[in-house]
Write a protein that binds this ligand. Structure first.
Ligand SMILES: [Zn+2]
Length: 260
């Protein structure tokens, strides 16, 4: 597998997921068809699938116009079965755990609701890669639009249970801001300091901060660190009466981030 990030709108990423042996690609989350078609041409691949993580416009607004530009019936559109009515052009509704083939690549849908009630990740086990949309970001997580803190915590833990060396491709370039917030909660987390330097250097040289890895996220993402004593103490210092219950700490962390 070869993965090509394709910048979309202000700070979104679509991703070409390429099977180099067949010169075929799927694309994760299309906001704008033009840059996706241009990237496919540049890499000389035929697009045969759209993998939509969730229904928000900045992830699916380009589905129909991309389909219009490609041979009719040549492109499968994947999305969560329970949210099919909100995924434009869907042809292959997927349930949690359902497997699919993208040229020679084998993928699996993971149901990870909370940002929206019908959110999927696309996991490619043999290629050690997962596309997490707006659920797990590098250094953060999506806002709770259609689910609650307990649900988001469970969805993130489902992703965090993947092997440590799994590459994580998320839906937005929010990493610098996310890590700035993380550092306010864990100023003594040495791994977080090291990661901030790495990301600042990438962004300064015009490169994406993605992919991250599950190992890096477990060490630096405040939404996977509700058991860190330093993080718990920092959140408690800002939220009167907060105990140490991990879901309540998680919810309070999410609320603090909403106004950071
Ligand atoms: Zn979203």
């Amino acid at each position: 597998m070869k993965v090509v990030p394709v910048p979309q709108l202000a700070d979104n990423y679509a991703y070409l997921v390429i099977d180099p042996a067949r010169a075929v690609a799927g694309v994760v989350d299309v906001a704008e068809a033009g840059p996706v078609l241009e990237a496919a041409r540049r890499h000389d691949v035929t697009l045969t699938a759209i993998l939509s993580t969730h229904h928000h416009f900045d992830h699916v607004a380009g589905n129909e116009s991309l389909l219009d530009e490609l041979p009719k019936g040549s492109v499968e559109v994947y999305g969560y079965s329970g949210d099919a009515e909100r995924i434009p052009g869907i042809t292959r509704p997927l349930d949690d755990g359902e497997e699919f083939e993208l040229a020679g690549l084998r993928g699996r849908a993971m149901f990870i609701p909370a940002h929206t009630r019908g959110h999927l990740a696309y996991y490619f086990e043999a290629d050690k890669s997962v596309f997490t949309g707006d659920t797990m970001f590098a250094g953060g997580c999506g806002r709770l639009f259609e689910g609650d803190a307990a649900q988001m915590k469970a969805s993130l833990e489902k992703l965090a249970a993947l092997p440590d060396d799994t590459l994580v491709y998320c839906g937005h370039e929010y990493t610098q801001g996310n890590l700035r917030f993380a550092a306010t909660l864990e100023p003594n987390n040495a791994e977080l300091g090291r990661r901030r330097e790495e990301v600042d250097a990438l962004i300064a040289s015009g490169k994406p901060s993605v992919p991250t890895t599950i190992a890096i996220e477990k060490q630096t993402n405040p939404f996977l660190r509700s058991a860190s004593p330093e993080l718990v103490a920092s959140v408690q210092a800002q939220v009167a009466g907060l105990g140490a219950d991990p879901v309540e700490v998680f919810a309070a962390t999410r609320t603090l981030k909403d106004s950071f």
